[in-house]
Design a protein around this ligand. Structure first.
Ligand SMILES: [Fe+2]
Length: 447
């Protein structure tokens, strides 16, 4: 991740309109450059502010290779700091979430800090007299990351102090964030339950490519949807309860997938129409009632008519608006990707609805899911194959050249459901970030 690697990588030679070079997935040098040029620039999801409801709460995570900590101070403000003591460099917040009484204290020499990172106390203070140490000097405080944006509780940060504004960055998929929250009678959501973590043996971009790839379910998930159908036929007389319905849906015929809509936007973002519908049962009716009481029947119907499967917020996360899932993607190395799965409560909705959210997470996204294991297996197979000398190029040809501008509300580009539009779109953004031209130059520095 140094300037020394730059002349060795010809970014233009790695990406074509409808295929990409395997080095994008397997090269250490490319990965190093991604950490600098993509994760050092882009708006990256940090966490949800409901994870740190009180002053003194914190949540640690990664932005690229940078260990960071999200905090809440006494005024209620949220900060994102590098997790490093300015004294000897020790990480100050232990991994995960936690709470401190007023001040962070470094575990090494007990330097203390406000939740906004400002240095408050240094033991053996007299020893610093007559030195260049100055407790007021910002270089002796925990450093803040370049920029932070909090949109309806979703906290994103950019390590770069200048660059594309969050508003410009999120524009195409902002409607997914809005719908995520608007589905709550109170208009707010909060993280509920714990977090599932899965370390995938594949490149981070392989996971992103899969999220809106409708060509894979009927093949990749054959074993799981066949098992669901068999169980339904043999044990339930053909009934498909919610738990089985969300496995069975992957076996829909090709026309079903082609008829879906794929929408793609600047910066690599996209979303697709929903695959699975919530059942029309007493729980769904009670939920609708709670939403209608809060917002009126027409508005409630309008909100629920926005029914999407995965939204991609490239390069760090993917909300599932209909079932309140949020996946966070952390690249670890060219062939290792950490995926974290969070579940959210719709504030004001019947408590039982959260159980449905957990069911979806357990069945589709958890480490013990029989659906996600299908995916994780083929991702690892992709990585192993890409590491061979069996070929240099990866195809993205399906429906290339057929995408059309979308005249509807979110704009962007639309493609048929079976198109590889979202994948080509991600690599357009990848190419832009990775090229020198992607460096901030438009003076658009707001956050
Ligand atoms: Fe899949």
């Amino acid at each position: 991740m140094t300037q020394a690697t730059l002349p060795l990588i010809d970014i233009d030679a790695l990406v074509r309109d409808d295929e990409v070079h395997r080095d994008c997935y397997v090269s250490n040098e490319v990965f190093d450059l991604e950490m600098e040029r993509i994760f050092g620039q882009a708006w990256v999801y940090v966490g949800h502010d409901s994870q740190i409801p009180d002053a003194g709460d914190y949540w640690t995570t990664l932005i690229g290779r940078e260990s960071v900590v999200m905090t809440r101070d006494k005024q209620g403000e949220v900060h994102v700091l590098y997790n490093r003591c300015p004294h000897k460099g020790a990480r100050i917040a232990p991994e995960g979430c936690g709470h401190v009484k007023g001040l962070f204290r470094c575990p090494y020499h007990a330097w203390t800090f406000n939740m906004d990172g400002q240095l408050r106390g240094v033991p053996y203070r007299e020893g610093y007299e007559g030195t260049s140490f100055d407790i007021e000097d910002p270089r002796f405080s925990m450093r803040k990351v370049g920029r932070v944006a909090n949109y309806r509780g979703f906290v994103f940060a950019s390590l770069a102090e200048e660059g594309v504004s969050f508003e410009s960055f999120i524009a195409g998929v902002k409607s997914s964030l809005d719908n995520f929250c608007d589905r709550a009678p109170n208009g707010t959501v909060s993280v509920a339950g714990g977090v599932f973590r899965v370390m995938q043996r594949s490149n981070w971009k392989v996971f992103f490519e899969n999220l809106n790839d409708t060509g894979h379910p009927i093949a990749t998930h054959e074993s799981s949807y066949r098992a669901a159908r068999q169980y339904s036929n043999e044990k339930l007389g053909g009934e498909m309860p919610f738990q089985l319905h969300i496995i069975d849906g992957n076996g829909a015929p090709p026309k079903f997938w082609s008829d879906l809509d794929l929408h793609a936007f600047d910066y690599g973002h996209s979303y697709m129409t929903a695959i699975f519908k919530a059942p029309d049962d007493p729980l769904s009716q009670a939920y609708f009632q709670s939403l209608a009481e809060a917002k009126g029947e027409e508005t409630a119907k309008e909100i629920l008519s926005v029914n999407r499967h995965n939204t991609i917020i490239y390069p760090s996360c993917s909300p599932h608006t209909s079932f309140q899932q949020w996946r966070v993607i952390r690249p670890i190395s060219p062939d290792r990707t950490l995926v974290e799965i969070f579940t959210f409560r719709l504030d004001g909705a019947p408590e039982e609805l959260l159980q449905r959210t957990f069911i979806y997470s357990n069945v589709v996204n958890s480490p013990s899911s029989i659906v996600m294991t299908d995916d994780v297996h083929v991702y690892a197979e992709c990585q192993k194959g890409l590491e061979t000398q069996g070929g240099d190029w990866v195809s993205q040809h399906r429906n290339a050249g057929q995408d059309q501008p979308y005249e509807g509300a979110d704009g962007g580009v639309i493609g048929v459901g079976s198109s590889e539009l979202p994948i080509r779109n991600q690599f357009r953004a990848w190419h832009q970030y990775m090229s020198d031209a992607a460096r901030p130059a438009d003076g658009d520095t707001g956050s």
